[in-house]
Every structure is written in structure tokens, then in C-alpha cells.
Design a protein around this ligand. Structure first.
Ligand code: GLU
Length: 422
């Protein structure tokens, strides 16, 4: 059986049918399902049967062929790292998704507008829906991006599903010290729809990756028109709409900048780390045993027992950072048992302050750590990173490592388009 064969695979009582892809490990079979997405399944315990041989050229045989696109010494080199999502399905015309062979030629065939802007190096880290993203893949991604920068690229574009892009961008922001831009981009509408945002987002992301802003950023439509993309800091961005092309907003601050599509201009308006200002480093170890729990009226205390034995627990509390007062003794027990408990707020903007009301003061007395105005999802990723890499978690959660929290809030009138008031 070879990559490109249509196969039926039975595993754990479930049957999957699709095209066998060139797998990255011998232990797993990767199947492209008819819907366009890939599943990776353990070969051990699976029964695999060929339904039709060689239905697709999936590029496996000539994966080592070099690209026929000439290298231009006058252009910067950008690494395009793919993790999957709608945007990646643009890139491979053969099977509808990025395959093992993913080079400059594939990129330019899929998005001809990228020609003449850079030399491209393609790399596939995963090919998954981003709801299937895991901390293990964040670690692979951080190491892959680190290798690309070490190899000398001038910037990196990460293609990613939009659903959890903000988490992956945060993870890389904590794991990497980068001297070049690392730009996440995705697509809310697929390439076959007239309203697709894939080409403009990809073009703007490449322009951002060539810019002077050496931060981990998210580059997505700034408005519903095809005029410009916003550059959001990875740790402060949130997907705030299910389907609009301008679904992403910077929360509690302003976007780092914008990319004008017509003129290919990158305008940076916020303080940012400049290209070359930091030495390349990666700290990809994570404590993955961290949960994020949202408290709402009526949430049973039993959920604390379910998640409480974790190494870390981020609470998404009400208002300034509260939970039902009946929860506080149990939280105290968890902290005494070794769980690090961090408080964030479910308000869309603002910072936690547990010194105002008795509930908050009791939580602080119990040992709960405040995360300032860090977004709850970002706080979860940060706690995973901090537990594995830092000693003083209380200090670290209260200060900014990658622009995730501010010392003081920004007045609403100082915010510009694309940002949500603090
Ligand atoms: N829900 C999927 C994901 O986030 C597909 C949609 C998209 O690419 O944004 O990967």
C-alpha cells in the first residue's frame, strides 16, 4: 500500500475512509478524509485495506525533489510553516491540503500573488483542524520555527486554523525569543468562496514577516473590506466573531500595526520589539497539566474536584475576579495540595482586583494568584509555560513576559480601530 491509495481503516470499532498520505512517522497512518481534513491514527491495532490504488498524486514519491522556483538574492526569505486549517487547504491543488512535499512552487501555484515578494521555504508541522491542536503540537511548532530562524530566514508565516490561533500564538510568544517576525495567519472563508480572505491574509502576513516587528503576531482582516489587515500581538488577540473576516481583535490595547493591501505598506503604531533586538532562543517545555475553568452562577463545586488535582488551575471568575464564596475552602485545600490557582476575569476587558470585596480578599488569603489583565486563555498557556520554566509563579503571572498584561489600563479614548476598550 502506498501514499495516494484510497484506503479503508478500522480502529477502535470505527471505520475511516480516505486517501493515505505520506506519514511523518511509521507508527501512524495519516488519512485525508473526503471533507478535506486529515486524521492520524495509530497503525497498531488498526486494519488497513486498499480500496483503490493510486487515486491521488500526494507528492510522497518526489518529496525530495527540489523546487523549480529560482532563488532571488535580492529578496528576503520567508518560511511558510503549515499547521492546517482552511488556509492550508488553499495550498495544495492536488489533494486540497498541504502534503509532505510543500515547497516554493506549491506556494506560488496556490497564491500567485505571493510571487516576487520573497523566496519561500515550506514546512509542514501538522495538518489539523485547530480545535484538534494540542500543547504537543505547539512544542513541535516552536521547535520548527526555531529551526527555520536558525537556518537564516528573515521571517516566518504560520498558517493555522482560526479557532484556536490565539492560543498557539500565545504559546509561541512565551516559548520563543525571536529576532525576526513570526506571523500567524488563517482564513475564515475557504478559497472556493468569492468572499475568501485567504489571499489577502497570506499576502499581508508575508509583508508583516518582512517588517521590522520581531514579535509573535496574528495577521487577519482589519475590516470586512479587502483593504488592510491588522497585526495583533499574539498574547492579546481574541477571535471575537464566528464567521466575519475581521473576527480577530486586540483586547485591552491597540493592534501593533496594519498592513495596507493596495500599497504593501506595513505601519506599526505600537511599541514593539525591533528586528534583531533579541537573540534567538527557545524554551519549549510546558507543564501541560493545567486547566481553565469558567465560573458562572450555579456551576457545581464538583467540577473543582474534577479539575482540581491538576498542577495548575486558571479560574475565569466574575467581575474583578470572584467565584461563589462556598468554593473558597475547597480552593484553599487544592492550593495546600500543590495546585497553583490563578484568577482571571470573564469580563471582556479590564483587570482582576481581588482587594476590593471580601470574596476577593478571601481568595487572596487562600493563596490565589492574580493575572492582572491577562486574557484567560493566554493565562492558561502562560501558566503551562511558567510552571515548567520559572520559579516564582506569583511574580511571573503579575508581570508581562510577552506583552500579555499591562501595568495599568489604557483609557478607552486612546484606543484605535481594531482594538477593544480596556
Ligand atoms: N475550525 C477549523 C479550524 O480552526 C477550520 C476553520 C478555520 O480554518 O478557521 O482549524
Amino acid at each position: 500500500m502506498n501514499p495516494g491509495d484510497r484506503v479503508r481503516l478500522e480502529h477502535d470499532g470505527r471505520t475511516h475512509e480516505g486517501v493515505l498520505m505520506p506519514a511523518t512517522t511509521a507508527e501512524r497512518a495519516v488519512l485525508k478524509l473526503d471533507g478535506g481534513y486529515n486524521v492520524g491514527i495509530d497503525r497498531k491495532g488498526s486494519e488497513l485495506e486498499v480500496i483503490e490504488a493510486g487515486v491521488h498524486d500526494v507528492g510522497g514519491a518526489d518529496a525530495s525533489e527540489s523546487s523549480r522556483v529560482d532563488f532571488d538574492d535580492d529578496l528576503p526569505t520567508i518560511a511558510l510553516v503549515s499547521t492546517g486549517g482552511t488556509i492550508a487547504s488553499t495550498v495544495d491543488y492536488r489533494t486540497g491540503a498541504v502534503t509532505a512535499r510543500f515547497d516554493a512552487e506549491d506556494v506560488l501555484r496556490a497564491v500567485p500573488d505571493l510571487a516576487g515578494r520573497a523566496n519561500y521555504r515550506g514546512r509542514v508541522v501538522a495538518n489539523i483542524l485547530s480545535e484538534n491542536m494540542t500543547p504537543d503540537v505547539w512544542q513541535d511548532l516552536a521547535r520548527a520555527v526555531h529551526e527555520e530562524i536558525e537556518a537564516g530566514v528573515d521571517g516566518v508565516v504560520v498558517m493555522h486554523g482560526t479557532d484556536t490561533m490565539q492560543f498557539s500564538a500565545s504559546a509561541l510568544a512565551f516559548m520563543l525569543d525571536t529576532p525576526v517576525p513570526v506571523v500567524f495567519t488563517g482564513s475564515q472563508r475557504s478559497a472556493d468562496r468569492p468572499s475568501s480572505d485567504n489571499v489577502m491574509n497570506a499576502v499581508c502576513a508575508v509583508e508583516a514577516a518582512k517588517s521590522d516587528c520581531a514579535e509573535v503576531m496574528v495577521c487577519m482582516h482589519a475590516s470586512d473590506s479587502d483593504d488592510r489587515c491588522a497585526l495583533h500581538r499574539g498574547t492579546r488577540v481574541r477571535k471575537n466573531h464566528t464567521s466575519r473576516r475581521d473576527a480577530f481583535e486586540t483586547v485591552g490595547s491597540t493592534p501593533l500595526g496594519h498592513v495596507e493591501y493596495d500599497t504593501d505598506t506595513v505601519n506599526l503604531h505600537e511599541e514593539h520589539r525591533e528586528r534583531g533586538a533579541t537573540n534567538l532562543a527557545v524554551a519549549s517545555t510546558l507543564e501541560t497539566d493545567v486547566e481553565l475553568l469558567k465560573f458562572t452562577p450555579g456551576t457545581s463545586e464538583r467540577v473543582l474536584d474534577a479539575v482540581g488535582e491538576s498542577a495548575g488551575l486558571v479560574l475565569e471568575g466574575t467581575g474583578l475576579g470572584h467565584v461563589h464564596t462556598d468554593w473558597i475552602p475547597r480552593i484553599e485545600e487544592l492550593i495546600e495540595g500543590g495546585t497553583t490557582v490563578v484568577m482571571t476575569s470573564q469580563c471582556l476587558s479590564g483587570r482582576v482586583c481581588d482587594r476590593v470585596y471580601d470574596t476577593g480578599r478571601d481568595l487572596l488569603d487562600a493563596g490565589v494568584i492574580e493575572a492582572g489583565d491577562t486574557l484567560p486563555g493566554t493565562a492558561k498557556v502562560k501558566l503551562m509555560w511558567a510552571l515548567a520554566n520559572e520559579e516564582d509563579i506569583e511574580r511571573v503571572m503579575g508581570e508581562s513576559l510577552a506583552g500579555e498584561c499591562t501595568e495599568r489600563s489604557v483609557p478607552a479614548e486612546n484606543l484605535v480601530e481594531g482594538g477593544r476598550a480596556q
